[in-house]
Ligand binder design. Sequence first.
Ligand SMILES: NC(=O)NCCC[C@H](N)C(=O)O
Length: 397
Amino acid sequence: MVYVDSEVSRLRTVLLHRPSGELARLTPRNNDSLLFDGIPWVSRAQEEHDAFAEALRSRGVEVLYLGDLITETLSVPEARTELTAGVLSDRRLGDSLRATVAGYLADQDPARLAEVLVAGLAHEEIKSGGGGLVYEMMDRHEFVIDPLPNLLFTRDSSVWVRDRVAVTSLAMRARRRETTLTHAVYRHHPRFAGTELLFDPSLEHVEGGDVLVLAPEVLAIGVGERTTPAGAERLAQRVIAAGLAHTVLAVPIAQERATMHLDTVCTMVDVDAVVMYPNLAHTLRAWTVTGEPGGELRVREPRPFLEAAADAMGIDRLRVIDTGLDPVTAEREQWDDGNNTLAIAPRLCVAYERNVETNAQLESAGIEVVRISGSELGSGRGGPRCMSCPIQRDPLR
Ligand SMILES: NC(=O)NCCC[C@H](N)C(=O)O
């Protein structure tokens, strides 16, 4: 069963990715380009991730692991061909190295092939480059297949809206290949047979962390460092044409690393409440896009996000849990994903324990907080919402 029509109704099934060998590829030389702010301690990151998964399971949530789904998908010959062809089409390889890598991949069983597709392949793991120039000239630190350390953030590479999935179009080079994996899983894995795709990676840039299902038929899409106006317009066209939404709010956010996605500054914790970075809670604005299947989109000039959202959701007011923090604490906790909560149900969310003040304010506003540690996971700059892709929630109404 697949179904998501809100951010907060009871979570039944979620897609996570347990980090592994791909994190061990991070070094001080490549962590910036691979979008990590530090070098995580891999085994501790896994412990933290296991505790996150257990916190969800113990509250009745089914946890699917992307690594398992990729392995299972690779048993489908068409998927295996598609995914290996994808990495072999990399123009950096050249013919000789490409032939060597093709031979290497062909020898791997689905589990090991899944590992290679996620953790990449280093120059030194290939014993010979078939006598070609490319292999000879490569630095031993270079990758023949790049690792995907950000696969951990399953939020970004696909988004479910009701019973359809949008495989996104990732903006950063270091992450683009992630969607070849989610695209293959949703099209070839038997669990998702018959699922209709709402969006695909060849389209304009949209990342899942920018997409909030505020209420049934109402989406907010952040537009900033990752999602472009064209991406927001395309997704709005698609969801409105499919009858999945009547209103899409396009919300500009600063094109900066600290606010790379809308969910780094705002997540929902109740059917009518958000926790929001106080330094911009009352300055966010939104363009309102409306329409019906088969009709033209209508675009309304920007107005305060909170007002536009409440109108679209048909409620009097979208409450902001006022974290009341001083600007410095607020900035520190926003950087550490304090606003990036994952709702398991209305008024029940998962948050990083380190954001002590934000969590205390959430609790005093009546939100139960399940605290998880994230000192290592957080070095990739993502919190519980970023690390999870809900696949099934109870219908909100
Ligand atoms: N939704 C999110 O905010 N995801 C976090 C993504 C972090 C990752 N290191 C990135 O830069 O894309």
